[in-house]
Design a protein around this ligand. Structure first.
Ligand code: NAD
Length: 478
């Protein structure tokens, strides 16, 4: 059942008297809900509620905060299937993927519940006799966070969990196209009797909400996941206010495959990773750079496995890839594929227009061989079910290709050569490098990018640390 949509401000559900926008199921085109949109007064009340909740929440012991986070985690896990069904309804991803995403959200609360107990200060040997000199870590203050439509549950929950573990209330604005599961989670959180104002959930006009919250002096930290262009804009607004900001932006992950691997196994893992969430993932493998001596075999096997994926409504058990999330993605992906083919790429899978698709937001898996460096998809984040494959002769060439974009989020390699592993680890410019695996974003590790992929990290000790300020404290006996 798709939930009744509402905002949550200062512990109150607000769903009446506001303008609304329809929420669409991308698989069927059906309207599944009407989303209330916060107006200036609501945004102001959300910031005020977070500010009012800050003092009492910061003063709680970390053990009390941990119990709240554990309760939220348990509550999400209890409803994992229901939440996954809601997520599939407005986002489109297959149910199995939605369940994993909801599980990741519960993991974020569980891990941060524990890590919040381990925020240590420091004692510095003082140069002044009879004195103590220490570094205290203090929660930065109320957080304003913005999460996108591709992983609305996991990305929003990482931000909520980290803020709460640090002692900071939050105003979170997930994407307006995929609000259902977040509304359901906010309802679960409020049923747990958390202090009012600790978690404020709003939707609205993104530009209005972000500019108003970033300018609000009570908000002390900004966190955004989304496109590089919006990230730049928010960084500019935060800079004017001298506020901390964490940005997790786009990626264009290279996958280097050397000629000493088990090609069947690498293809199996690559196809699963590439077409997860229809490729709409910032860490999605998006450029396969394969040793020329195995490239033909790799391309044939990759294309054969991709062509077998069942594309359909994520709610159907046999579906392996759902629709794209919105019409913007369909147009963008189509343009990238046409551009690459016009510039000489060889289209290995059947042409996108050739088969019957279940609806206007569906796009089939596309595998392209010998994609020229001039093709837009080699530089722009593809964010869709496109797998460009290119060859290399030397590791120097592979690493140079891997680094040849403005992005630096995730990078992958499959190899059995220790020399290649070390060189790729040290020379590929990325926030995460995974060798012989596509795993990269886990609650216990930092996730973030270099170059135009962002600033700072989410999750892990590093993500939590970004929610504190340091206070040097000197105490002199007299
Ligand atoms: P977009 O740039 O319009 O929006 C990206 C996200 O930012 C959306 O969730 C949107 O609601 C939000 N947003 C937009 N303007 C905002 C503002 N002024 N203040 C606060 N939030 C704002 O693009 P889109 O069409 O939704 O997505 C296109 C591109 O965005 C993709 O191709 C991809 O490169 C990138 N993207 C990246 C991620 C990621 O996980 N890093 C997620 C979603 C989208």
């Amino acid at each position: 059942m798709y939930p009744r949509l509402a905002l949550f401000i200062a512990g109150q559900e607000i769903d009446a008297g506001l303008p609304t926008r329809p929420v669409i199921n991308p698989a069927t085109g059906e309207t599944v809900g009407d989303l209330p949109l916060a107006q200036a007064g609501d945004i102001e009340r959300a910031a005020a509620a977070a500010a009012a909740a800050f003092g009492p929440w910061k003063s709680q012991t970390s053990l009390v905060r941990a119990r709240v986070l554990q309760a939220i985690s348990a509550s999400i896990r209890n409803k994992q299937r229901d939440l996954a069904a809601i997520l599939t309804t407005d986002q489109g991803k297959p149910l199995a993927e939605a369940e994993i995403e909801v599980g990741n959200a519960a993991d974020a609360f569980e891990w941060m519940a524990e890590e919040g107990k381990r925020v240590y200060g420091r004692i510095i040997p003082s140069r002044l006799p009879g004195s103590d000199f220490a570094v205290l870590r203090e929660p930065v203050g109320p957080v304003a966070a913005f999460a996108p439509w591709n992983f609305p549950v996991a990305l929003s929950c990482r931000k909520i969990a980290t803020s709460l573990a640090a002692g900071c209330p939050i105003v979170i604005k997930p994407d307006e196209e995929t609000p259902g599961a977040l509304v359901a989670i906010a309802r679960l959180i409020h049923e747990l009797d958390v202090p009012p104002g600790l978690v404020n959930l709003i939707f609205g006009d993104p530009e209005q909400v972000s500019s108003q919250l970033i300018a609000d002096p009570r908000i002390r930290k900004i966190s955004f996941t989304g496109s590089t262009s919006v990230g730049r804009r928010l960084a500019g607004l935060a800079a004017q206010q001298l506020k901390k900001i964490t940005l997790e932006l786009g990626g264009h992950a290279p996958v280097i495959v050397t000629n000493d691997v088990d090609v069947d196994r690498v293809v199996e893992l690559s196809v699963a990773a590439k077409f997860r969430n229809a490729g709409q993932i910032c860490m999605s493998p998006s450029r396969f750079i394969v040793d020329n001596s195995i490239k033909a075999e790799f391309v044939d096997k990759f294309a054969a496995a991709a062509a077998k994926l069942i594309v359909g409504n994520g709610a159907d058990a046999q579906t392996r890839m759902g629709p794209l999330a919105n019409t913007r993605r369909v147009a963008a992906v189509e343009a990238l594929v046409e551009d690459a083919i016009a510039k000489g790429a060889r289209h290995v899978t059947p042409h996108p227009q050739s088969g019957a698709l279940p609806g206007p937001l569906f796009y089939p898996p596309v595998v392209l061989d010998d994609v020229p460096d001039t093709a837009r998809m080699m530089h722009e984040e593809p964010f869709g079910p496109i797998a460009p494959i290119v060859g290399f002769d030397t590791l120097d060439e592979a690493i140079a290709r891997a680094n040849a974009t403005e992005f630096g989020l995730s990078a992958y390699a499959f190899t059995n050569s220790m020399t290649a592993m070390r060189r790729i680890r040290d020379e590929v410019q990325a926030g995460t490098v995974s060798i012989n695996s596509f795993a990269a974003a886990m609650a216990e590790g930092p996730f973030g990018g270099v170059k135009n992929s962002g600033i700072g990290s989410e999750m892990g000790t590093e993500g939590l640390a970004d929610h504190f300020t340091s206070k040097a404290f000197l105490l002199l006996d007299h």
